[in-house]
Write a protein that binds this ligand. Sequence first.
Ligand code: FRU
Length: 514
Amino acid sequence: ITHANDTVNRPLVHLTPHEGWMNDPNGLWYDAKEELWHVYYQYNPNDTVWGLPLYWGHSTSKNLTLWDDVGVAIEPMANNSGAYSGCMVIDYSNTTGFFGEDVSPEQRVVAIWTYNTPESETQYLSYSLDGGYSFRSYSGNPVLENNSTQFRDPKVMWHEETQKWIMVVAKAQQFKIGIYTSDDLKEWTPVSDFTRGGYLGYQYECPGLVKLPVEGNTSAGNGSWVLFVSINPGSPQGGSSTQYFIGDFNGTHFIPTYENTNSIDSGKDYYALQTFFNSPDNQTYGIAWASNWQYSAFVPTDPWRSSMSLVRKFVLEEFQANPETKLLNIKSTPILDYDALGCAHPSNGKNLFITVGNPLQFSLVQGLFDFNISFSVNGSAFGGHEFADLSLYLRGGENKDEYLRIGFGANAATFFIDRGHTAVNWVHENPFFTDKMSVNNQPLTISNNSTISTYSVRGIVDRNILELYFNNGSQVSTNTFFFTGGNFIGSIDMAVGKDNVFNVTEFSLKQLST
Ligand code: FRU
């Protein structure tokens, strides 16, 4: 279906539903036979706000860049109920007995999801005999209940060492992540609760457990376990966000290595992260809902609401949190397939000379582009209380008064994002749509005498969403923004607030098209 409004603000490489409402990603898996990625999501086809009955929508992609909407996959049984969030696993060796020889092992998908009714939240199984398009409900449902209305979002993985299925599931309002094990996905044994870690907010949602490799030579050896927990509302950014713990998992218990919690993305629009069950290179990929429950029902898009983030690959790395301490940290790399996109006028400049009052200008079309900026900051060239900034003004092509301003404040040694310069009244009127955010990004390198620090930032803009990756993905910030319809970003002005502080050592820009 094509709507007149489709060109207005709809992202091109971020998954959106054709029409209707979307929230959390669900059921992520990769079909190795068809070489096709499957993403399901919380979906209300009847309105552009969340509501019951709630379904699983379904999109597929060959390249994680361009998406096909392939219709509803799972339906709830009653109008006042919902097929809430959950995951999918591939039951290669038919532990469930759901599959005959005619279904190839790579396509034996079982969805484990929460059935929400006014009385309870319980865990259900559905399985597909046609490669993930249509699903049958298991006759023995529910497979897990807890006498609760707040027991949801199961994420299941196969644990090689113990040869068991492992489920993590939110006991949302007890601030517990329940861990269960099973041989056949049908019978589940409770083995432990991970209790009250990190930020609590109002409730825990959408947990996930994965083992990630550690980059480089570190004491963490061949990898560490990571437990993701989404919280909403009451996150540090305001509203919803995704945190994670690093620790060990022994088949029954998750034991955090450190007490601290981390945000996987410091922006306002990255929630309910889920990782793919599998991937062709055995790496961990994930996708999040690029919105925030604080304002998701009001954002000015039509006839759909919400998009997903880009798919990201996750690894652990050692991260210099400050001069004295290194921490293990998740590093995120966005997946964007340039071969699937047109790439016009790539430009690349080195050692750009910018002075106060003489910004550099770069032109763009279409509102889809990828840029990299590397710069150094000379700490001896400005006073402690001077506001010395390097700013990129990402301006609308039709109306330059609408712009995103992003940049680095040398005094605060912090990156900033300002999405408040728009004629869209909603942005100014909605008190939760925070217009200014910052990211405490550490230098990539620092000179021996500590005067010169270097930084690098990659940004991907897709119509109404900006993803920023700092220092090769050590930190990330994902934020949506809204300009007047059709006023896509058409130019970038690069400006400095003080001379001799910044040296832009490299700036590259790729204009992309679908
Ligand atoms: C998270 C969430 C989940 C729930 C789903 C309902 O955003 O609240 O806990 O399963 O959304 O749509």
